[in-house]
Ligand binder design. Structure first.
Ligand code: C2E
Ligand code: CA
Ligand code: CA
Ligand code: CA
Length: 278
């Protein structure tokens, strides 16, 4: 990205060649970075509306690169996908998340974990078997695992993706359509997918306080989702006003900076404890 904060301050804009080189380096270094522990998973809480119970967390990968510093998933995940390495990434995030869920179970807490999938995962016929093996290894019930997938991910190759999604769903894993409203979302299409949740894209949620168009989109997704029997999740909840509006519309779940930023495992534990102590 040409306008990353630090570089902008110094008036430094990388050339196309530099961006390409950086991407190339990230891809070639990815496996080693994983082994060396440069990648970690942060977790962002999701709460029920209106009672504010913590229902689950979304796992979001982080890369602390020795040379480039903090690299955004928006930058490296697409590169890792293009290089055919996303299976390794998903396995890492899945295992970290299930290990976390297992610890909560041991503490008597039922908190679900949501992992983002990429198109490539949905093209891997072996993927459901790998997931089953991981669930068994950690002793986590399938109902405590959610997969978030984008519509474009499913629509890239529906013939291949659909049987995999059906298999995951029949295991009891919760499936959520991410970034809903940004793609070619249609009611007909949503009905054909074996999904349980829609996540309203944060662009609409961020805009709904000031833009009547965004507010209308959010309201219609809540209605559409409910009419199809789905749980509706809003991401990008940054302000009290948005939370109140969502609550009034009957939106089921909220996630966003207002509730918490994505947190390291350690900070999440502290956050959870402070919350239950209240
Ligand atoms: P996403 O799945 O749509 O994740 C939500 C993004 O919104 C996260 O960015 C999160 O930090 C950010 N966010 C959460 N609350 C707020 C808020 O209130 N306001 C604003 N402005 N933003 C908020 P992040 O962590 O940078 O991740 C970006 C994207 O990278 C994710 O978008 C997802 O598509 C991808 N990604 C992250 N982790 C993984 C992973 O483990 N595997 C795969 N395949 N993709 C991942
Ligand atoms: Ca997501
Ligand atoms: Ca999203
Ligand atoms: Ca996104």
């Amino acid at each position: 990205r040409a306008t990353r904060g630090g570089e902008e301050v110094r008036g430094y804009v990388p050339s196309m060649g530099q961006i390409f080189l950086r991407r190339f380096q990230m891809v070639t270094q990815f496996r080693q970075a994983l082994e060396e522990g440069q990648l970690s998973v942060h977790y962002q809480p999701k709460i029920a509306l209106p009672n504010k119970h913590v229902l689950g967390v979304e796992a979001l990968v982080r890369w602390q690169h020795p040379e480039f510093g903090k690299v955004d998933p928006d930058e490296f995940v697409p590169a890792v996908e293009a290089a055919g390495l996303v299976g390794v990434l998903t396995s890492f995030v899945l295992e970290e998340s299930l290990r976390r869920a297992r610890r909560w179970l041991d503490e008597g807490l039922r908190i679900s974990v949501a992992v983002n999938l990429s198109v490539r995962n949905l093209a891997d016929a072996e993927f459901p078997a790998k997931v089953v093996a991981a669930l068994e290894r950690f002793g986590v019930p399938a109902e405590l695992l959610t997969f978030e997938l984008t519509e474009s991910g499913v629509m890239a190759d529906p013939q291949r993706a659909l049987p995999i999604l059906r298999e995951l769903h029949s295991l009891g894993i919760v499936l959520a359509v991410d970034d809903f409203g940004t793609g070619y979302s249609s009611l007909a299409y949503l009905r054909q997918l074996p999904v349980d949740q829609v996540k309203i894209d944060k662009s609409f949620v961020l805009g709904m306080g000031t833009d009547l168009g965004d507010l209308a989109v959010v309201r219609s997704i809540v209605e559409l989702g409910h009419s199809l029997g789905l749980t509706v999740v809003a991401e990008g909840v940054e302000e009290d006003l948005a939370r109140d509006q969502l609550e009034a519309m009957g939106c089921d779940v909220a996630q966003g900076y207002l509730i918490s930023r994505p947190l390291s495992e350690e900070r999440l534990e502290a956050w959870l404890q402070a919350r239950t102590a209240r």
